[in-house]
Design a protein around this ligand. Structure first.
Ligand SMILES: Cc1cc2nc3c(=O)[nH]c(=O)nc-3n(C[C@H](O)[C@H](O)[C@H](O)COP(=O)(O)OP(=O)(O)OC[C@H]3O[C@@H](n4cnc5c(N)ncnc54)[C@H](O)[C@@H]3O)c2cc1C
Length: 433
């Protein structure tokens, strides 16, 4: 059979599960006990919160429904991107100069935290900090990138503009008119990074439990009881770090975000000539096409490409096909190459593209809304949440004081919500612009 027609092997976690560092085993919760702080969800956010809480002297308990990294954190593109979706001047227009600049500084440091944790805990996760390319095909998009780069350079950030020939040299395709190289950013093997964070949190004193889905949150004498199938934890301060995997745990929080899927495909390690020709710089790329495509290589030489997935739980083979077609448009030599692995995961969108750290009820907090940029951001959000749970306030950070933004018409089915919500802005989320 023609290689191109072979169906990719569907896999719940995809490539990263196959190449990740060894899986740390955490027991299931099987008793009832009391803790000062507890975290629901073992993605980057929950694991970072557990690590930072443990380092601050409390012994947090983390309850994960499956295993650390099971959610978006073990499935994403591994692009460690500094900054938020909003540019500095947009944040200033929204929050005023002082708070807007504070938010810019906060977001500019997200990748620093990731790479410093990797260094400090010697996490083996194919970490590279050579930069990240934001690529533009359309003139209008390029103009936006030029404005963004100007705002960042004016603030001393390590970014530079790339013309068409520089783009071609770095990416190996002539498709793009130009782009921006953001040297603050980089990439990791995301599942290995999640597992490394889990190990670091446990070694620092956090108690981690796997296969321990929290079924109910019960208010009890000013504390919160987290009930699982075989045990419970009673805690004064609780963080919901479940992002798009929240499910029915807190119906109110559910209306504050839209969970959407992103899909990825990977080749086997590329043979010699293609290995040199495709993405020779090895820098991860996000492209501002409607499909919101992002691509990279891994250390073994595979080519990995992702893009917009379904707005429902149902898998959309046609969207996998579109992503694959786009890969072959960028790099015609890939027409002869099979993409044997495919997978997807869910991320959380907020109505204004900003992440949230909110206190829903006394002692019950949530950090969510990565808007497709959560590898670095959710690591820092976890640290912010840990500090907040230990009594440190961040009043200069708008995300720490914004109310949970409700999505209008959330009770409608997802596709309808997406249609009602600003389609242009959804494209923007996926395009990581
Ligand atoms: C395919 C894809 C590609 C992406 N690519 C990138 C990228 O390249 N760069 C980037 O910056 N961002 C990317 N993102 C976004 C990024 O992966 C997420 O923002 C980030 O991983 C979210 O981390 P988190 O800890 O908040 O949530 P998650 O990693 O989703 O973790 C939530 C956890 O909560 C657990 N959970 C849920 N309910 C319960 C319960 N009741 N009890 C116990 N546990 C529970 C889940 O099992 C899950 O493990 C991508 C996302 C996807 C899906």
């Amino acid at each position: 059979m023609n290689e191109l027609l072979k169906a990719p092997r569907p896999s719940p976690f995809g490539l990263w599960n196959q190449t990740a560092a060894a899986r740390p085993i955490f027991p299931q919760l099987e008793s009832d006990f009391t803790a000062e702080t507890a975290i629901v969800g073992g993605g980057f956010c929950g694991l970072s919160a557990a690590l930072h809480l443990a380092e601050s002297g409390t012994q947090p308990v983390l309850l994960e429904a499956e295993e650390p990294g099971f959610g978006a954190s073990g499935r994403n593109g591994g692009q460690v991107i500094a900054g938020l979706k909003l540019d500095p001047e947009e944040m200033i227009a929204k929050f005023g100069r002082e708070r807007g600049e504070a938010l810019h500084r906060f977001s500019a440091g997200t990748a620093d935290l990731v790479f410093s944790l990797i260094e400090r805990f010697q996490i083996q996760c194919e970490a590279h900090r050579g930069g990240w390319i934001q690529a533009a095909y359309a003139p209008k998009v390029l103009a936006g990138i030029e404005r963004r780069a100007g705002e960042l350079m004016a603030r001393g950030e390590n970014v530079e503009l790339l013309d068409a020939s520089a783009m071609s040299e770095l990416t190996g395709t002539n498709f793009y008119r130009g782009g921006m190289l953001d040297r603050r950013s980089g990439m990791v093997q995301p599942f290995s990074y999640a597992r490394g964070l889990a190990r670091a949190a446990a070694a620092s004193g956090a108690m981690l439990f796997g296969n321990s889905r929290v079924k109910r949150l019960i208010r009890e004498n000013g504390h919160w009881r987290l009930e699982t199938a075989k045990g419970s934890v009673l805690a004064k301060e609780v963080l919901l770090a479940t992002n798009a995997y929240l499910g029915d745990l807190h119906p109110g929080l559910r209306t504050a975000m839209i969970p959407v899927a992103s899909y990825q495909l990977a080749t086997d390690p590329l043979p010699g000539d293609l290995d040199r020709a495709i993405l020779p710089s090895r820098l991860p790329v996000s492209d501002l096409m409607q499909l919101g495509v992002y691509f990279r290589r891994d250390d073994a030489g595979r080519f990995i490409i992702g893009g917009r997935g379904s707005f429902t739980e149902r898998e959309r083979p046609d969207l996998f096909d579109r992503i694959r077609q786009h890969a072959r448009k960028l790099f015609p030599a890939l027409r002869a190459i099979n993409f044997p692995v495919r997978w997807g995961g869910k991320l959380a969108l907020t109505v204004d593209h900003l992440p949230r750290f909110v206190t829903i009820e006394p002692g019950l907090h949530a950090a969510y809304g990565c808007n497709g940029r959560g590898v670095a951001l959710q690591t820092l959000m976890g640290k912010l949440a840990a500090e907040h749970m230990r009594g440190i306030r961040h009043d200069d950070l708008p995300i720490a004081t914004l109310p949970p933004a409700r999505y209008p018409f959330h009770s409608l089915r997802l596709p309808a919500m997406v249609a009602i919500s600003n389609l242009r802005s959804l494209r923007r989320i996926f395009a990581r612009d």
